[in-house]
Design a protein around this ligand. Structure first.
Ligand code: GDP
Ligand code: MG
Length: 179
């Protein structure tokens, strides 16, 4: 009965799906959050604490938490995990040096009990920059193919123009409707 009710709530669009936006500082998380909302680039400053916004994709509503990525804040990411349905990992595709660090943070996160049912969307951001890594290169460096317990997807994007973001929202929508 509970399950049927939950399903009906989803159909009628009453349920809000929790999403967290993670990634190292400067990856483009806040720019992506506001691009999802306004389809315009906004001026951002490093996020201290978190920003949270509701995004509706047709009848599906997401509550998206943008969590600060500086080293001192990464330790508190796990306080946001509970009930998260989708983790969006934003990667600065030009930041080759810190990709290993991103990989470690990703795999550490996915081992957390509270994220056992979460799907993972990796956004290979800053595709407008020359010398950016492709989505396939990032996928390989992050060893995404080794992820077995979670559904995952990698999408190339540019937060400044919004390219790749509608496709990301479509994937998120199809994920939550399928579960
Ligand atoms: N060239 C380029 N710059 C971007 C892109 N996305 C974000 N930025 C810039 O990268 C910087 C960090 O973005 P921000 O959203 O604050 O990153 P956060 O720390 O992950 O929240 C800002 O100067 C953004 O304008 C992108 O797709 N292309
Ligand atoms: Mg930010």
């Amino acid at each position: 009965m509970g399950l049927l009710f939950a399903k009906l709530m989803t159909v009628f669009g009453d349920k809000e799906h929790k999403v967290i936006l993670v990634g190292l500082d400067n990856a483009g998380k806040t720019t992506i959050l506001y691009q999802f909302l306004t389809k315009e680039a906004v001026h951002t400053s490093p996020t201290i604490g978190s920003n949270v916004e509701e995004i509706a994709v047709r009848k599906t509503r997401f509550l998206v938490w943008d969590i600060g990525g500086q080293e001192s804040l990464r330790a508190s990411w796990n306080s946001y995990y509970c009930n998260t349905e989708i983790v969006i990992l934003v990667v600065d595709s030009t930041d080759r040096e810190r990709l290993t660090l991103t990989k470690d943070e990703l795999h550490r996160m996915l081992a957390h009990e509270d994220l056992r049912n979460a799907a993972v969307l990796v956004l290979a951001n800053k595709q407008d920059m020359k010398d950016s890594m492709t989505a396939a290169e990032i996928s390989q460096c992050l060893t995404l193919s080794s992820i077995t317990g979670h559904s995952w997807h990698v999408q190339a994007c540019c937060a400044l123009t919004g390219e790749g973001l509608p496709a990301s929202l479509d994937w998120m929508r199809s994920r939550v409707l399928a579960s």
